[in-house]
Design a protein around this ligand. Sequence first.
Ligand code: AMP
Ligand code: ZN
Length: 109
Amino acid sequence: MTDCLFCKIAAGEIPSDKVYEDDDVFAFKDIHPKAPVHVLIIPKQHVATLTDAKDPALLGMLMDRVRKIADEVLNLAKGYRVIINVRSGGGQEVFHLHAHILGGKVLPF
Ligand code: AMP
Ligand code: ZN
């Protein structure tokens, strides 16, 4: 999608602090981290929000990459939190589906 911040980041048109990339996803550090480790994982395919993600294969792929990046790239051996904010009521500000990985400290509920 032409006018989407995260599509532009995945395409390299806007700089980011990349931590992982493959054919399906792009992962980068959040610009305003809320934990010592705060990484965003986006599908390269533009999907605005979880509500629009009707393809179970896409969602399965995304969660597989969350697991892979958190456990194998970020090495968050003590654990981590995964958050998907859904639409404005859920705190979503960027309308390109993304999962937050938060870790590096014990997270309060
Ligand atoms: P959400 O509220 O779930 O839509 O999360 C959007 C996240 O994107 C926020 O945590 C922002 O800090 C983060 N963010 C916004 N712009 C950028 C950027 N250019 N690079 C990295 N993270 C960003
Ligand atoms: Zn997009």
